[in-house]
Design a protein around this ligand. Structure first.
Ligand code: 4AD
Ligand code: MG
Length: 431
């Protein structure tokens, strides 16, 4: 009798017989032996069909199998050092579920547009599988980090009446007779939650109608947003560096096989340990100018600036204290220099750009009122937010980590489009 088994568990059945539900990924034949490369989502394994040892029906079934045909295969498990998985299956029976005809994605090279049009099938490739497995591990590491440190997961709304990060890239929709927007960030709601639960984090989709077509921008992306009462700028940075180091080390520990499939240079990831270097916005400006790059104090950094700065370090780097003018209305000014705010962007190494934006928030009710006037924000729409400064205001800080940019960096990918199962890009809403 054979036991039903997933490929990842065959190691527990050496010498025994198993049945695996799977797809044919590739096939080689020598005339007397067929080598079936099988995948079931949990892993890959080679199954060997020996003509002289199986019935004619089994040999014929194996001969019929095409790329992405679905089947149940039964066989005995052998340890095999030469094979990639460490195990091999000697086939005794095959039950075909479906013979696939003309699978569109062949082992030859395809263009990006073609692959994106077939994203629903492209996901089956070893490379795309490896990325999604690492993405899932990153999410697991994130939740573990916060859950072990007394944070509570809180879910902010997705349909909102007003903006968080400025009005230029809001997705508009109708909410019956009212206007509504898809959330750009849950932060303002997380501030309310932090006043109720102390330390909280959210994990959910956010939307930016940005007309940018870069390798770092998605229209729909997932963000992790912790918010912490009684935490200042300095402590905020400490938590961020521990957090990011934890994510990277967790992927190194649990995803060795997947990183190998992606041919990721892991020596660069091993260096990602706290503390991370810090430079101020002022120092960054001086550095860029010394390098002969055109840049004036008061401008925001573009991708080439961020890359030039990050290249100086082999860990992520914090750029701190940006000009008040170019940052969000809620950031707390530096008490010693109100023209800059107590904020930091974390820039990933190897040219992956900003992965975290965070800050200490304004806790003073008068200053918050003043910012509302300067930014012409409707006090009516945000009355609830102003209430947070009215009823027991406290120093607090938080940040947002972009999941897809983090996945792109850790996996070493050229573009964020491969970091999410079904990317929403400037000109792509299919599939
Ligand atoms: O810097 P951002 O805009 O910060 C906020 O939204 C704050 N409210 C977060 C907070 O303090 N709670 O976005 C945070 C991160 C960026 O550093 C980046 O990693 C990611 O979100 N991000 C994007 N990722 C993919 N595509 C886009 N269009 C992104 N925009 C931001
Ligand atoms: Mg930002």
């Amino acid at each position: 009798m054979s036991e039903k088994c997933m490929i990842r568990d065959v190691k527990n059945h050496v010498g025994g017989a198993v049945t695996i539900g799977c797809w044919l990924y590739n096939k080689r034949s020598s005339g007397k032996i067929q080598f079936l490369q099988l995948r079931d989502g949990s892993g890959f394994i080679q199954a060997v069909v020996v003509k002289s040892e199986v019935g004619a029906d089994v040999w014929e079934a194996a001969s019929k199998l095409t790329q992405e045909s679905s089947l149940y295969v039964t066989g005995s498990v052998r340890e095999d050092e030469r094979s990639q998985s460490g195990y091999e299956l000697t086939v005794t029976a095959i039950e075909i579920i479906q013979i696939t005809e003309e699978y569109p994605i062949t082992p030859k090279e395809h263009g990006v547009d073609f692959l994106m049009d077939h994203r629903h099938l492209w996901l089956r490739s070893p490379r795309q599988r490896a990325i999604l497995v690492i993405r899932a591990q990153i999410i697991r590491a994130i939740q573990q980090f916060f859950d072990e440190r007394g944070f509570h997961l809180v879910d902010p709304p997705i349909l909102t009446p007003s903006s968080c990060e400025g009005t230029t890239n809001l997705f508009h929709t109708k909410y019956f007779d009212e206007d509504a927007f898809l959330t750009q960030s849950g932060q303002l709601y997380m501030e309310a939650a932090a006043m109720a639960l102390g330390r909280v984090y959210s994990f959910g989709p956010t939307f930016r109608a940005e007309k940018s077509k870069t390798r770092r921008h998605l229209i729909e992306f997932w963000m992790i947003e912790p918010e912490m009462a009684f935490v200042d700028h300095e402590e905020n940075l400490k938590i961020q560096e521990q957090f990011v180091a934890h994510i990277v080390q967790s992927v190194l520990q649990h995803c060795e096989k997947e990183l190998k499939v992606l041919e990721r240079d892991t020596t660069r990831l091993e260096k990602v340990q706290a503390p991370f270097p810090r430079i101020s916005y002022d120092e960054a400006v001086q550095f860029l100018q010394k390098r002969g790059m055109e840049f004036t104090w008061g401008e925001d950094f573009g991708a080439p600036h961020e890359t030039a700065i990050a290249e100086q370090f082999d860990k992520p780097v914090f750029i701190t204290k940006y000009p008040t003018e170019i940052k969000a209305f809620y950031m707390k000014p530096d008490p010693e220099r109100p023209e800059v705010v107590l904020c930091a962007d974390m820039i990933a190494p190897e040219g992956y750009g900003e992965i975290i934006g965070g800050s200490q928030r304004i806790d003073d009710p008068q200053l918050m009122e003043q910012r509302f006037q300067e930014h012409e924000l409707s006090k009516e729409a945000y009355q609830w937010y102003l209430d947070l400064r009215k009823y027991g205001t406290v120093p607090h800080s938080g940040f947002g980590l972009g999941l897809e940019r983090t996945v792109a960096w850790i996996c070493g990918l050229d573009h964020v489009r491969e970091t999410i199962p079904f990317p929403r890009l400037l000109y792509r809403l299919y599939p």
